[in-house]
Design a protein around this ligand. Structure first.
Ligand SMILES: Cc1cc2nc3c(=O)[nH]c(=O)nc-3n(C[C@H](O)[C@H](O)[C@H](O)COP(=O)(O)O)c2cc1C
Length: 147
């Protein structure tokens, strides 16, 4: 892998803070780039890099605003993502019936296009009152990146 790319999709900033904390945790282990999904060009998805995607859920199980352009571009362009590897961490609140589904929209389109999710599907549940950062950093230790 030439670098780890941490991409976040957010409405109110939590996923961005999580991305920054995971980025600090990885610091020194490999080259890390952090980007809002809305600033990332899907044409750059490459088997050479490893992607960590942090995405919240808003509306009624919908994508947060900043993840929509990425999802839309993938759906429109349908690139062949064979060989692309990613890990997924979803933010949500289990008091909604649509718990964590925003991240699942991204997960689904990536898988349909041939990318491979590796490691455990990480999730944070805001219903328990905890901040997502600790759960996400702990989760990041389980990624193949660290073994
Ligand atoms: C208006 C609103 C709608 C939400 N809808 C959902 C939902 O449908 N499903 C879910 O799991 N969480 C839902 N959440 C919880 C958010 O996903 C959670 O608070 C998350 O930490 C927000 O992350 P963000 O700041 O990165 O957007 C909602 C939160 C708000 C404020």
């Amino acid at each position: 892998m030439s670098k780890t790319v941490i991409l976040y999709g957010t409405e109110s900033g939590n996923a961005e803070l999580v991305a920054e904390d995971i980025g600090e945790e990885l610091n020194g282990g490999s080259a890390v780039v952090i980007s809002d999904l809305s600033d990332f060009d899907v044409a750059e998805l490459s088997p050479e890099d490893f992607y960590i995607i942090i995405c919240s859920t808003h509306g009624d199980g919908e994508l947060p605003t900043s993840a929509r352009p990425f999802h839309g571009a993938l759906s429109a362009a349908s690139p062949d993502l064979s060989g692309v590897k990613y890990a997924m961490f979803g933010l949500g609140d289990s008091s909604y019936e649509t718990y964590s589904q925003g991240s699942e929209h991204i997960d689904r389109v990536l898988t349909e296009l041939g990318a491979e999710r590796v490691g455990e599907y990480g999730r944070h549940d805001a219903a328990d009152g905890s901040l997502p950062n600790d759960a996400a950093v702990t989760w990041s230790h389980s990624l193949p990146l660290f073994v």
